[in-house]
Ligand binder design. Structure first.
Ligand SMILES: *Cc1c(COP(=O)(O)O)cnc(C)c1O
Length: 417
C-alpha cells in the first residue's frame, strides 16, 4: 500500500513544533490553491459561468476562506455565524449561497441583508421568508428527489432525508414565486456526501437539467442557476482514488448539450457547494505520542483526542496515520491509536497496522482539512487546538490560536457562586 505524503519533512515539522506545541491542524496553502485552480479549469466550459461555493462548515477559518475567495470561490453558509464569517472576509451578495434548513428568522434576515442567494428548503419557507425578510430577486429551491424512478442506483434513499421540496412542491413553489413577482430562479439538490463515484454527479446534473426544462414548460419559469450541491468525496484510504473532475465535467457538458443547448434556457449558470474536496486532503492533525500501553491490546496514546477530530468516533471513518519518526518502517505492529477522553470510542485508529511507534514520535493524521477542527468540542474539558497555515514558501502562519483554560471559563460568571 502506498504511503500517503505529507507536505513537510521531519526536520521541518520538528521546527514547527518547537514554536507551536502539538496538537494542531496545519493546512497546505499551495495544495489548496492548486486544487481550486484545477476544479475551476475543469468547469471553464460552462456557458453561464461556474462557481464553487465553499461549504464553510467544512473549515470555518476566515484565512482559508480568503484564499478560496482569491481563487474565485464563494461561500455556502447555513447559519448566522457562517454568514458573518463570509461578511468579514468580504464575501457578499451572490457570492454567498445560503443553503440552510429549519431556518430561524434572524438568519434569513441577515442572508437577505447581505444579498445572498437564498436557497429555500421547504415550500412553507416562501411565506416565512416573505414575512421575515422580504423576497429577494433571486430565489433557489432545494429539491429532494425522494423515491426516484428505477435506473438511478446511486442516489440512496432521499425519502428518509429531512431536506428539500418534493417534485410537486417545486412546480407549485415556482408558480407561487412567479405570482409574487420574483424574477430570477435557481434549483439545487444534494443527497449524498463523501461520494467517490463520479457518475453520481453527472446523474445529479441530468436530473436537474430535466427539471429546469420541465419547470420552464409547465410553469413558464426560466431557471438561471443550477446548484449541484457538494458531496464530492476524497480518498481517505491510500488505495482509494480521487474523483476525476475532468470526467465529471465532460459528463455534465454532454448532458448540458443534449438537454439545455438550443433551448431558450441556455446559458445556465452551474454551481457547486463542495467543502470536503476543497480543503479536506490538505489538512493534517499533528500530534505526538505520549504513552504506549500494552494490555489486552497495544495502544499508542497521543496528545490529540476526539475533540480535535471526531470523524473516526462519529462515523468509524478511516484516517491515515504517518509516524514521522518511522515513516518507512515495516508495518508489523498492530495498534489502537487513542486520545485521552473518558470515552472508549476516542480512537483515531483501531487495529491499525503500523511501524513501531514510541512515545515522543510525531504522529500525523491525514485528511483533517474538512470536518476536523470544525467539529471540535469541549467535552471532558478538552480545549480546541490551534490552526496553522503552511505558506507556499514553507513558512508557517498561525491562523487561529489554541484555546486556553480562560476560554473554557469565559461563559461562566463565577461571582454568583
Ligand atoms: C455539507 C454540505 C455541503 C458540503 O458538502 P461536502 O461533502 O463538504 O462537499 C454542501 N451543501 C450543503 C447543503 C451541505 O449541507
Amino acid at each position: 500500500m502506498a504511503e500517503k505524503k505529507v507536505p513537510f519533512t521531519k526536520e521541518q515539522i520538528e521546527k514547527i513544533i518547537e514554536k507551536y506545541p502539538t496538537p494542531f491542524h496545519i493546512y497546505d496553502e499551495k495544495a489548496i490553491r492548486e486544487n481550486a485552480k484545477r476544479f475551476y479549469k475543469a468547469f471553464s466550459w460552462v456557458p453561464g459561468g461556474f462557481k464553487n461555493y465553499f461549504a464553510v462548515k467544512a473549515l470555518p477559518n476566515p484565512y482559508i476562506m480568503k484564499i478560496l475567495k482569491e481563487e474565485g470561490m464563494g461561500a455556502d453558509c447555513s447559519s448566522l455565524p457562517e454568514l458573518l464569517l463570509s461578511e468579514k472576509v468580504g464575501i457578499k451578495g451572490e457570492n454567498i449561497m445560503f443553503t440552510s434548513n429549519n431556518t430561524p428568522a434572524q438568519e434569513y434576515k441577515k442572508a437577505k441583508e447581505l444579498g445572498a442567494i437564498i436557497n429555500l428548503d421547504d415550500i412553507t419557507h416562501i411565506p416565512f421568508l416573505e414575512k421575515t425578510a422580504g423576497l429577494p430577486d433571486l430565489v433557489c429551491f432545494r429539491y429532494n428527489p425522494g423515491p426516484l424512478k428505477e435506473g438511478n442506483s446511486i442516489i440512496g434513499n432521499p425519502e428518509e432525508a429531512k431536506y428539500g421540496f418534493t417534485r410537486q412542491q417545486l412546480f407549485d413553489g415556482y408558480k407561487l414565486l412567479k405570482e409574487k413577482g420574483v424574477k430570477r430562479f435557481g434549483i439545487h439538490t444534494m443527497v449524498a456526501s463523501n461520494e467517490l463515484n463520479p457518475d453520481y454527479f453527472i446523474e445529479t446534473a441530468e436530473i436537474l437539467f430535466d427539471l429546469v426544462v420541465e419547470v420552464f414548460e409547465k410553469v413558464g419559469v426560466k431557471i438561471e442557476l443550477v446548484n449541484l450541491g457538494g458531496g464530492i468525496g476524497i480518498p481517505y484510504k491510500p488505495e482509494q482514488k480521487a474523483v476525476d473532475l475532468e470526467y465529471v465535467s465532460a459528463g455534465i457538458k454532454k448532458a448540458y448539450e443534449e438537454k439545455i443547448k438550443a433551448k431558450p434556457l441556455d446559458p445556465l449558470k452551474i454551481v457547486m457547494e463542495c467543502g470536503r474536496m476543497v480543503t479536506g486532503p490538505f489538512g493534517y492533525l499533528v500530534s505526538q505520542a505520549i504513552h504506549k500501553k500494552e494490555t489486552y491490546k497495544n495502544y499508542i496514546g497521543i496528545d490529540a483526542c476526539m475533540a480535535n477530530l471526531m470523524r473516526p468516533a462519529l462515523y468509524g471513518a478511516y484516517h491515515h496515520i504517518t509516524n514521522m519518526n518511522n515513516p518507512d518502517g515495516k508495518k508489523d505492529r498492530i495498534y489502537d491509536v487513542v486520545g485521552s477522553l473518558c470515552e472508549n470510542n476516542d480512537k483515531f485508529a483501531i487495529n491499525r497496522e503500523m511501524a513501531e511507534t514510541k512515545p515522543g514520535d510525531i504522529i500525523v493524521i491525514h485528511e483533517t482539512g474538512a470536518h476536523g477542527y470544525a467539529m471540535g468540542f469541549n467535552y471532558n474539558g478538552k480545549l480546541r487546538s490551534a490552526e496553522l497555515l503552511l505558506l507556499p514558501d514553507g513558512s508557517v502562519k498561525k491562523i487561529r490560536r489554541a484555546e486556553t483554560v480562560d476560554d473554557y471559563f469565559a461563559t461562566l460568571d463565577l461571582s454568583g457562586l
